[in-house]
Ligand binder design. Structure first.
Ligand code: TXA
Ligand code: MG
Length: 327
C-alpha cells in the first residue's frame, strides 16, 4: 500500500504515528483510526468546524449525530449522565463494542453539531490499543463515525478507508484488520429503561444477561430519529444484494455461511464463505470486507445464503437487510 494516496497520509501504528495523528486532530484535521469494530473518521469533538469537515468528507446527512469516543469511564462521565443501568453496562462492557446514549452532562464538551442538537450524547470506550493510545494522548473526546462515504459499507482495513476517503481526509492510522468487524451495539439509557437502538458487536443476549431483563427495541422498532444510522438503505455495496438465497442465478457473486451449498452454485462468479465452521463472530469480522470484494467483481447481484439470527447473527442480518434495501 502506498504511504500516501492523493494527499491522505498513511500513519504507522507506533508512537510517532500516534503523535502525528494527535497533532492533526489538535489542528482541526480529520484522522481515520482503527477501533475493534470498524475504522472511525475522527475529529476533535469540541471543534464544530472540524466536525463539519466529517459530514462534508462522508457526504453525510447533517441530522445524523456522532459517537464520542473516550479513553475510559471517568472521561465518559464528564460528557454524559449515566444512570444505574448505564453504569452497570459500562462497567461490564467497556472498553468494548458498546455505545451508550445518555442525557448530556453539564460539563459536556461535545459540540452541538456533533450531537445534532439533541440533549443526549452517544459515548463509547473502544477496546483497541491504537484507539486507546490516541484517546489518552489527545485528552478530549474524539467523535468518529465509520470512515466510509455515507451509505457505503463500513471499513475494516486502512485500504478500505483510502478507497472511500483518500484525498478527502488528512491521515489514516493503519492498524490492520479490525477484530469485531461490525459497529458497536447502541443502547439508549434514560430513566433506567434501556432500549436497543442498533444491534452490533455485543450480542443482545450478553446485554440481557447483565441487565437481568429483556432489552426493549429491535432493528425494526428502533426509534429512527433517535438512531438515524438506522436509515434503511445503509451499508450498501454497488451491486444489488439478494438475501436468503437457496438457488444461485448465473453471474451472481455468492456469500455463504457454514456448510450450506445452494443449488446453482456452479454458475456463480466469485464465492466467499464468511465462516465455513459456522462461527458467527468470525462471520461478523469478515462481513464488510467480503461484501467489498464481491462487489469489486461487478456481479449481476450478490446472493447471500441464510445466516442464523442468534447472538451476533442479529447484527449481521441487520446490516445485510440494509445492504439489500431499495435505494
Ligand atoms: O463501532 C462503532 O460504533 C463505530 C466506530 C468508529 O466507533 N462508529 C459508528 O458510528 O458506527 P456511526 O456514526 O456510523 O454510527 C453512529 C450511530 C448512528 O446510528 C447515530 O444515529 C447514533 O449512533 N447516535 C449518535 N448519537 C446519538 C444520540 N444522541 N441519540 C441516538 N443515536 C445516536
Ligand atoms: Mg456508519
Amino acid at each position: 500500500m502506498p504511504r500516501e494516496r492523493t494527499g491522505t497520509e498513511l500513519l504507522r501504528p507506533d508512537p510517532d504515528g500516534i503523535a502525528r495523528a494527535v497533532e492533526r486532530l489538535q489542528r482541526g484535521g480529520l484522522v481515520a483510526f482503527p477501533t475493534e469494530t470498524v475504522y472511525g473518521l475522527g475529529a476533535d469533538a469540541a471543534d464544530a468546524v472540524a466536525v463539519a469537515g466529517i459530514y462534508a468528507a462522508k457526504g453525510r446527512p447533517r441530522f445524523n449525530p456522532l459517537i464520542a469516543h473516550l479513553p475510559g469511564l471517568d472521561a465518559a462521565r464528564l460528557q454524559g449522565r449515566l444512570d444505574e443501568t448505564a453504569l452497570r453496562l459500562a462497567e461490564r462492557f467497556w472498553p468494548g463494542p458498546l455505545t451508550l446514549v445518555v442525557p448530556v452532562a453539564a460539563t459536556c464538551t461535545v459540540c452541538d453539531l456533533a450531537r445534532a442538537g439533541l440533549d443526549s450524547v452517544a459515548l463509547r470506550v473502544p477496546a483497541h490499543p491504537l484507539a486507546e493510545a490516541l484517546l489518552s494522548s489527545f485528552g478530549g473526546p474524539i467523535v468518529a463515525p465509520s470512515a466510509n462515504r455515507s451509505g457505503h459499507v463500513s471499513p475494516t482495513e486502512a485500504a478500505h478507508v483510502l478507497a472511500d476517503l483518500g484525498g478527502r481526509i488528512g491521515a489514516v492510522l493503519d492498524g490492520g484488520s479490525t477484530r469485531v468487524g461490525l459497529e458497536s451495539t447502541i443502547v439508549a439509557c434514560f430513566d433506567d429503561e434501556p432500549r436497543l437502538l442498533r444491534p452490533g458487536g455485543i450480542a443482545r443476549e450478553s446485554l440481557e444477561a447483565v441487565l437481568g431483563q429483556p432489552l426493549s427495541g429491535d432493528a425494526d422498532t428502533a426509534d429512527r430519529p433517535r438512531a438515524p444510522g438506522q436509515l434503511l438503505s445503509h451499508y450498501a455495496p454497488g451491486a444489488a444484494v439478494r438475501l436468503d438465497a437457496d438457488r444461485i442465478r448465473p453471474g451472481e457473486a455468492v456469500l455463504l455461511f457454514g456448510a450450506a451449498r445452494p443449488a446453482g452454485l456452479e454458475t456463480a462468479g466469485m464465492v466467499l464463505n464468511l465462516s465455513p465452521e459456522g462461527d458467527l463472530a468470525e462471520a461478523a469480522a469478515r462481513l464488510f470486507a467480503a461484501l467489498r470484494r464481491l462487489d469489486q467483481t461487478n456481479p449481476e447481484a450478490i446472493a447471500v445464503a441464510p445466516i442464523p439470527f442468534e447472538g451476533l447473527g442479529e447484527a449481521i442480518n441487520d446490516r445485510l437487510r440494509r445492504a439489500a434495501a431499495d435505494r
